[in-house]
Design a binder for this molecule. Structure first.
Ligand code: FE2
Ligand code: FE2
Length: 242
């Protein structure tokens, strides 16, 4: 699915069994350009983290189909309830009969069990779920960076933190996985468009994420990043005034 076409959807393995799907949106459509990423964990119980906006469903389902049958998905997981996180939730649930939404307890209670065509499976804070070879853990982070129901998923065997909207980088040209700095580019984005809530818990919540000691930060917008994730999360906490 990786294509040389500048604006094509790409899919690349960034850790063992974990694929980053990315669709670039050029500056003619979104000022400065932007990317929407989803992550696919290929395992006995395949998991899709974020569906992408509903209008991108054909692109994202085609990218998944280049690796596994879309019908084999078992979990459609997401950080919080927004169009780019879960806009195609029902489209994927319709295509994959054994799939269920996977989200926070608050997301299930407040929204997902009302809008989804099948009930959600909620994971409590710190709860783990085996997918086969991979194990994912849910981490509640209400309002970080935004939304009451917000949380992040951590894959324990590859130490990949699916950090959602944290470290959002503008622009539409990004390599799948980088070791270059993503903090300054994401802070530049935040300075023009502050998408963080002003939660008083920011210090505790950022430290909770840092304590997972991730080796990969799987960002939803921009490149995924490889390095000392705990150190980078603590640097971001410092910039947030925590
Ligand atoms: Fe968001
Ligand atoms: Fe997002």
């Amino acid at each position: 699915m990786t294509s040389s076409k500048e604006n094509a959807t790409t899919i690349d393995e960034i850790a063992s069994g974990i694929y980053r799907i990315s669709t670039p949106v050029p500056p003619t459509a979104i000022p400065g350009g932007f990317t929407f990423n989803q992550y696919l964990i290929v395992d006995d119980a395949p998991l899709l983290y974020h569906t992408g906006p509903r209008k991108m469903f054909p692109l994202i389902s085609e990218a998944i189909a280049s690796v596994i049958p879309v019908q084999s998905l078992r979990h459609i997981a997401f950080s919080h309830y927004e169009a780019d996180e879960c806009g195609s939730l029902n489209d994927f649930l319709a295509l994959a009969p054994a799939a269920e939404p996977l989200c926070s307890t608050i997301a299930k209670m407040v929204t997902v069990d009302d809008i989804a065509i099948r009930p959600a499976r909620a994971l409590g804070d710190g709860e783990e779920l085996s997918l086969g070879a991979h194990v994912v853990r849910w981490i509640d982070t209400p309002h970080l960076p935004h939304a009451w129901e917000c949380g992040h998923l951590f894959e324990t065997t590859t130490r990949t933190l699916f950090c959602g909207d944290l470290f959002t980088q503008g622009g539409h040209q990004h390599e799948p996985l980088t070791t270059q700095d993503i903090l300054d580019p994401s802070e530049k984005m935040r300075s023009g468009l502050d998408y963080f809530s002003q939660t008083r818990q920011v210090s505790e919540l950022m430290e909770k994420l840092a304590l997972t000691s991730p080796r990969i930060l799987a960002c939803m917008h921009g490149s995924a990043w490889q390095g000392d994730g705990a150190a980078l999360l603590r640097q971001l906490a410092g910039r947030l005034g925590a």
